[in-house]
Design a protein around this ligand. Structure first.
Ligand SMILES: Nc1nc2c(c(=O)[nH]1)N[C@H]1C(S)=C(S)[C@@H](COP(=O)(O)O)O[C@H]1N2
Ligand SMILES: [Mo]
Length: 404
């Protein structure tokens, strides 16, 4: 990933700054970005993600890249060069990953707050977790209300192996969490656009302090140093929580008495009733819940030959392991238990499932429905909300295939 900021295509710099301005609420720039999103031609990969596998992804914009549904495969882990990307701000320059061990994170809200380098973090502890990383807006594309934001279908998600130091080991080394702290607040290391209120654009999210128990400060993913596009040199990993809570290029980790007052926390990522704006009284998008979808066969594969087909896909529970998955070949009228296949990589990972079925000639609506260890069942319908978050509807994720 040798790209340097000044060698990036001009187009990317323009769209990057447009999205930053849109985030700051400048409507005319936002409309420009929307017009661009509607352009028919396949967009080029932005420079910071130029190493992604172009035929496995959909480039929505310079800051939003989706994995194709047909690209997930059946080997559990999502290859890094096929994983989705979502940046709320333009990417930081490659120079921040030039000397990874020198990156520093400020730890606040502990008994002995201080800055710690990645070099020192590596001496404090080591853990590896496999986790589904999923954008809160994954499945937004299925909302008939067409909420603003990227119309992701299923590909703003992936299953990734992360390695780093447990946050609890860092906290222990610094004397423990200070009294009265209820939240763990991570702050992204982007350089903010000048001339606008930093709180209106900074990527800063709070999760309940208990989440520290399973959280990591990670420097490795899928066996390599975390690429810049995915938050290298250091990323906060909060297993079970939606993508936005997993802060890339983290520059501060603070235990706080209150939730962050950054706009992305107070007003963004809220489950708002249709027609209303986000505000701090509404639930924040945090823990993920049980969800599954079929990745094969797909309508884009073309008509299937009559006979036996292996219907397969992925299922995850968010905070809890998957107990089972059912598959329907008649649009949800009847269900059969699918078989979980492949290794169980822990409760935060996804499981792959398969149902072998005989599909006669005609059109078939294939659906999957997962259940987690707590007995929560994936619902038929989405929960309507203004921004199109948390779509777990099995009906929305069903696929219609034809057998010739
Ligand atoms: N610093 C920082 N962290 C961030 C973001 C960001 O824009 N800046 N985007 C968040 C969102 S909305 C998502 S869905 C995930 C995307 O992670 P990925 O790009 O590695 O797939 O990162 C989250 N962490
Ligand atoms: Mo996201």
């Amino acid at each position: 990933m040798p790209t340097t900021p000044h060698s990036l295509p001009r187009r990317r710099l323009l769209t990057g700054s447009a999205s930053a301005l849109a985030a700051a609420g400048l409507a005319s720039f936002h409309q420009g970005a929307l017009a661009q999103a509607a352009a028919p031609a396949a967009k080029p990969l932005p420079g910071y993600a130029g190493w992604k596998k172009a035929d496995a992804v959909i480039v929505h914009s310079s800051t939003t890249i989706e994995t194709k549904r047909s690209a997930f495969g059946t080997s559990v882990i999502t290859p890094t060069d096929q994983l989705y990307v979502r940046n709320n701000l333009p990417s930081p320059p490659e120079s921040i990953v030039a000397d990874r061990d020198a990156w520093e994170v400020q730890i606040e809200g502990v008994k002995q707050p201080r800055r710690i380098s990645v070099r020192e973090l590596k001496t404090l502890g080591l853990e590896t977790v496999t986790m589904v990383l999923q954008c809160s807006g994954n499945g937004r594309g299925f909302f008939p209300s067409k909420p603003s934001g990227t119309p992701w279908t299923v590909g703003a998600a992936g299953c990734v192996v992360w390695s780093g130091v447990p946050v609890r080991d860092v906290v222990k080394a610094l004397g423990g969490v200070a009294d009265g702290m209820k939240y763990m607040t991570g702050t992204g290391g982007e350089v903010l656009p000048p001339g606008i209120d930093p709180k209106s654009v900074i990527v800063e999210r709070s999760v309940p302090a208990e989440a520290l128990q399973d959280a990591l400060l990670a420097w490795e993913m899928n066996g390599e140093p975390i690429p810049l596009a995915h938050g290298g040199p250091l990323r906060l990993i909060v297993p079970g929580y939606t993508g936005v809570n997993n802060i890339k290029y983290i520059k501060q980790l603070a235990f706080t008495a209150q939730e962050s007052d950054a706009k992305i926390m107070s007003h963004g990522y809220r489950i708002s009733p249709p027609g209303s704006k986000g505000d701090p009284s509404q639930p924040s998008v945090q823990e993920m819940s049980v969800k599954s979808w079929i990745n094969s066969p797909l309508p884009e594969d073309g008509p299937q030959a009559a006979g036996v087909v292996q219907i397969h896909g992925v299922a995850f529970g968010g905070m809890h392991a998957v107990k089972g998955v059912e598959v329907s070949i008649d649009g949800g009228k009847t269900w059969k238990a699918a078989r979980l296949v492949g290794p169980d990589m822990g409760k935060y990972a996804w499981r792959q499932f398969v149902l072998q079925a005989q599909l006669p000639k005609g059109t078939h609506v294939l659906a999957s429905r997962a259940t987690d260890m707590q007995g929560n069942v994936q619902p038929e319908t989405r929960g309507e909300n203004q921004s199109g978050y948390n779509n777990t509807s099995w009906a929305d994720h069903a696929v219609t295939v034809t057998v010739a």
